[in-house]
Design a protein around this ligand. Sequence first.
Ligand code: GLY
Length: 352
Amino acid sequence: MRTIHIAASREYDVHIGPGLLDELGARAAQVLRGRNAVIVTDSNVAPLYLDRALASMRAAGFTAEGYVIPAGEASKCGTTYLNLVNDLAERRLTRADGLIALGGGVVGDLTGFAAATYMRGVGLIQVPTTLLACVDSSVGGKTAIDLPAGKNLCGAFYQPWLVLCDPETIGSLPDSVLSDGCAEVIKYGMLGDGKLLHSLLDTHIKDQMEAVIARCVEMKRDVVEGDEFDTGRRQLLNLGHTFAHSIEKLSGYAIPHGSAVAIGMMRITRAAVRKGLCPQDCLDVLQALLKKYNLPLETQYSPEALADVALSDKKRKGDTLTLVVPCAYGESALRPVPVAELADWARSGLDA
Ligand code: GLY
């Protein structure tokens, strides 16, 4: 097992190792004061892991119940959120008690936001069961629901008490869900670790899962500890995300987050190469990795549509939006861009 300690406004450990799901109860007992817990999960994950998680909690002395939401981004909405917090109130969950997020990014973001706001804050343990959630959404305290105007527009920074990543849960998920997470892993390489890019090319991620998750969490720790509230360097974690959020929204969330991030990274990297800001080998390696991990490279949405939807991006400051632009092999930089130039960036990154 590997452990990465995060020193943010709350300090907590991220444990990564096989079998951790069955240690949930014992480890929750170390960080939660109360002995009531609700395990929030979705209709895909519940049949696989909810009983094991409940058994582990109950064996450790918790009164634990499951709360199952329909799988999919549509559940990350105001209605599901209100239903959940009403359910917590009916169960008389107190501030000493806790929520366990057992699932991928949707479950983690929704449960985190409920934990941040129900009674102005209850305990939160993240148990990510997808690669994407292990390397990104379960760590760092971003919680949110989507609004009709855009993704993650209503949320809170709320660090968890504990994160348990059990790579065995990732192994049993469909390949398309694994690919989705690979996009975020490749993103870390593009941001600051050329060696990670090489190792993903040389060795399949399935053969180095624990090490790769740990490396990504370390990189996320370094960013979050320096800029927990996303006013500076943390924005680097949004490489590919400006156009990705547009693609997700335009598709009615039929295109999953990781696939959209893959397309968004291709678009911005190709544009950066054409503008003379990034060497060609970055684009070549990115393209090779996205192909290797079965991720898409292109979208049919027009540059104008991508730019238009991106105008509701949280990173927009008046007439400027900060893009994350690859600038060297394993290195990216923040670049403020006038919103009037966004469509040109989306157009420049089109496959010729
Ligand atoms: N997912 C980007 C961040 O945590 O800042």
